[in-house]
Design a protein around this ligand. Structure first.
Ligand code: ZN
Length: 380
């Protein structure tokens, strides 16, 4: 590496000069914007051919649009927009001397570029021979690139529930969090080859993701309670949720017991899921239902959360604090500002002889929108 003002050693200087002078040759280089000289309609056969090559330092890819026209001429044009997807059957081996992408991985003099395969495409494409067998040589068993054994390494990382919950804190919207988790679960099942249906409905996927997140939250906050209940023992008395008479449902979720067994209402509403208030998930849920209720007060927000099947322990305080911080609510419920009156004019506050300052009431008072407010207009 050299600094910008350092004198180059003669070896590099000569090389640099040679390269700089070679740039003059690029003046004659013209790449027509049109893909074909005639309309696509007049072309009988249109195909895209992509070549690639790699050296230790570079990877190159070049694509050609090959069109066979009615006049019998074939034309290949360099085409840099390459389709990302293809099938293995569509790929062939091309030897180095026929591969135009080979020129992208090694230096080429500017004057040679004008006549290069890179710009004009390989001759076998234009001649219509495409990939004849003689272009595919037998691969020798001693070839260094042929590896008899392929080593494949798989890294497995155990993700703890704390890590997942930490990631959940990056979300500020409950719906988006559950949708993202649903997608992740679907992907994990597909890769892991789970026995669940591969294409569950959106509702199923959403509900499964919601259950998964709530399970993590409950296991993180109420581990003792879940352990006692799952082993058939009652909830510990000193637990802060013991008054709710909790039980575990079929998904292992803690729900409020209650006395509404015979009520003809939805199970979620009858036995709401217990959520701790000091958790980011609770904040997201409260925000979600507060917005769904169009920013109404605490009681309506609380009712909406309850109807959705959630029971937030200490929820009243959490809901009040979220509504207090809610920007939309602050705008709706904010006090209107009072304008400070300007200073009285000098004529009204400085004593003077009678009639030295007089005014004429031109219009009489104007009634203003606010009750008991009047404004006058006069001329001095
Ligand atoms: Zn609000």
């Amino acid at each position: 590496m050299f600094d910008w003002d350092e004198t180059l050693p003669s070896k590099f200087y000569n090389e640099w000069e040679r390269w700089r002078d070679s740039l003059h040759d690029l003046q004659d280089l013209r790449i027509p914007r049109q893909y074909t000289s005639s309309s696509f309609k007049e072309c009988e056969n249109i195909s895209v051919h992509v070549f690639s090559d790699a050296s230790e330092k570079a990877i190159a890819s070049v694509g050609y649009l090959l069109t066979a026209c009615e006049d019998g001429n074939s034309r290949a044009r360099v085409h840099l927009g390459i389709r990302k997807s293809s099938t293995p059957e569509q790929w062939n081996f091309v030897s180095t001397e026929h591969n135009p992408a080979d020129q992208g991985t090694r230096p080429i003099h500017a004057k040679d570029l004008l006549e290069s395969k890179w710009l004009h495409g390989p001759t076998f494409l234009l001649e219509g021979t495409e990939f004849s067998d003689d272009l595919v040589p037998e691969v020798s068993a001693d070839d260094k690139e042929v590896q008899p054994e392929v080593s494949c390494l798989l890294t497995k990382a155990k993700v703890s529930s704390e890590t997942i919950l930490k990631r959940c804190e990056k979300f500020s919207n409950w719906h988006q969090l559950v949708t993202a988790m649903g997608t992740l679960i679907k992907l994990a099942r597909r890769i892991g080859g789970g026995n669940l249906p591969s294409t569950p409905s959106c509702l199923e996927s959403f509900s499964r993701a919601q259950t998964f997140i709530l399970q993590l939250v409950q296991r993180d906050t109420f581990p003792t309670e879940i352990e006692c209940l799952s082993s058939g023992n009652p909830c510990p008395r000193d637990s802060r949720i013991s008054a709710l008479n909790p039980f575990l449902d079929q998904h292992g979720l803690l729900r409020v017991g209650g006395r509404l067994k015979h009520a003809k209402i939805d199970t979620n509403e009858k036995y709401p899921i217990i959520i701790p208030s000091a958790h980011h998930i609770s904040t997201l849920i409260v925000r979600q239902y507060h917005e769904q209720m169009k920013h109404q007060g605490r009681h309506l927000t609380e009712g909406s959360i309850r109807s959705a099947g959630f029971w937030i322990v200490g929820g009243k305080r959490l809901i009040s604090s979220i509504i207090h911080k809610c920007v939309t609510c602050r705008k709706f419920r904010g006090k209107e500002g009072n304008q400070i009156m300007s200073d009285l004019p000098k004529d009204r506050v400085v004593p003077g002889p009678p009639f030295s300052s007089v005014g004429v009431d031109v219009f009489g008072p104007w009634e203003c929108c606010r009750t008991s407010d009047k404004r006058w207009c006069w001329q001095q």
